[in-house]
Design a protein around this ligand. Structure first.
Ligand code: BEZ
Ligand code: FE
Length: 301
């Protein structure tokens, strides 16, 4: 920062006036924009972009490298791979947008990143059903309640669940058309829910593209802390997109997309082989269990 201040201090009044003039002319170019929100957004982008360029005294080589980087991000992006969202995620822009749009209301459950692996139309599993559908991993019993901020049960909430398998991949990352480690269920009349999944394990975000190069060049890891994705929807309530994280996971402090919130970390208690399961299911090896109570905020007016 002090380096930047000293560089800015070296700029003559004449130079500063020339740079101010560019900003003023670009801002004025939006004067005729009829849509006030569009005008606000574009003026904001220009103001902050020019402030950045001037603060860091961007060189022309750096400008060209930035353009080349964004071009590579665009070239990799298609309807299966969204490198721009990965860029937004790894720069914290996704989490910042989520923070802005999910204002704290009472003890409503905190939201976190959506990620690129949600699929609409997942199979419904009944009460206590298994969303694993054969995915590799240790069985995990998940239970909890869905309530409103006044503590009243929310029956019939649609709970979508999806997660990576033990090899670190979501079903959609495999070349076959499998559906595994995803499903949905509904909360009961008393707001309770329960299902089998697999114990979440850490995995890397896709890092074979320009975003991966950026992470490597900056000494950052592509690993996400182990998590289970949940999306909870119920009429009259704000849709909640969140995760359950695993207490004790070493990656909680360095999640590649800044998605970890302390309020979302839970114990996943490992159960020895032969421990009776809550629903009488017979399991040969170890299994785990966790509990996650969900509080939904009212839908925004
Ligand atoms: C995920 O958790 O599935 C995810 C989130 C952000 C980027 C990549 C993956
Ligand atoms: Fe994920």
């Amino acid at each position: 920062m002090s380096e930047q201040i000293s560089r800015a201090a070296e700029i003559s009044a004449e130079q500063r006036a020339r740079e101010d003039d560019v900003v003023a002319r670009v801002l004025a170019s939006f004067d005729g924009c009829a849509d006030p929100r569009r005008k606000e957004l574009l003026r904001g982008v220009v103001t902050h972009l020019h402030a950045f360029l001037r603060d860091v005294r961007l060189t022309e080589e750096e400008w060209a490298a930035g353009i080349a980087f964004l071009t590579a991000v665009g070239h990799l992006t298609d309807d299966r791979r969204q490198e721009f969202i990965l860029l937004s995620d790894t720069l914290g822009a996704s989490m910042q947008t989520i923070a802005i749009n999910n204002e704290a209301v009472g003890d409503a459950t905190e939201a976190t990143v959506f990620g690129p692996f949600f699929v609409e139309g997942s199979p419904e599993v009944g009460r206590g059903g298994d969303i694993a559908h054969g995915a590799a991993g240790e069985p995990c019993w998940v239970e909890g309640t869905v309530r409103d901020v006044d503590g009243r049960p929310v029956p019939g909430a649609r709970i979508e669940v999806w997660e990576a398998d033990d090899d670190g991949f979501y079903d959609v990352q495999y070349a076959d058309d499998r559906t595994a480690a995803r499903g949905h269920l509904f909360s009961d009349r008393d707001g309770s829910y329960r299902f089998w999944a697999i114990t979440p394990t850490p995995y890397p975000i896709p890092h074979d593209g320009p975003v991966g190069q950026m992470l490597e060049a900056t000494g950052r890891s592509p690993m996400r802390a182990a998590h289970l994705h949940l999306m909870v929807r119920a009429p009259g309530y704000r849709t909640l997109v969140t995760h359950i994280f695993v207490r004790g996971d070493e990656l909680l402090a360095s999640d590649a997309v800044f998605g970890v919130k302390e309020s979302l970390v839970r114990d996943f208690e490992r159960q020895g082989a032969g421990t009776p399961t809550p629903d009488g299911r017979s399991i040969d090896g170890t299994w785990s269990r966790t509990s996650f109570d969900i509080v939904l905020a009212p839908a925004p007016a």
